[in-house]
Write a protein that binds this ligand. Structure first.
Ligand code: DGP
Length: 116
């Protein structure tokens, strides 16, 4: 069993707080990040509240694949034809601040490497 958690993202899923939702299906939700770090900055989350990537288990493997393909779909929808970056901050050292697994889609400008 994956660890479950209640966060601000659970409230966004339940529409208890507003967010600019750009995609939704039965497993995933995508919405604009409130503190954008690039012209396009969208978060893709599972509706199932897995706290972080390191809590995902082998029986989550279809969901993990779905999230990745959802990110690709949302990036295409956002018109990121020149490329984009997916980021999954995980845990304290990874800089994760919301304990609900999320993929950042960053694009719309040339991104530098390495990240800080
Ligand atoms: P991370 O540092 O990887 O845990 O990223 C969390 C992101 O979530 C951060 O970029 C800001 C975003 N965020 C936090 N609270 C909210 C919120 O209430 N609404 C939206 N749209 N984004 C949020």
């Amino acid at each position: 069993m994956s660890e479950t958690t209640e966060t601000i993202f659970s409230k966004i899923i339940r529409r208890e707080i507003p967010a600019e939702i750009v995609y939704e299906d039965n497993l995933a939700l995508a919405f604009k990040d409130v503190h954008p770090q690039a012209p396009v900055h969208i978060l893709v989350i599972p509706k199932q509240p897995i706290a972080k990537l390191s809590d995902a288990e082998s029986n989550d493997h279809a969901l993990m694949g779905h999230l990745l393909l959802t990110a690709k779909r949302v990036a295409d929808q956002a018109g990121l034809t020149k490329g984009y970056r997916l980021v999954i901050n995980t845990g304290v050292d990874g800089g994760q601040t919301v304990d609900h697994l999320h993929l950042h889609i960053l694009g719309g400008r040339s991104l530098t490497w390495p990240p800080g």
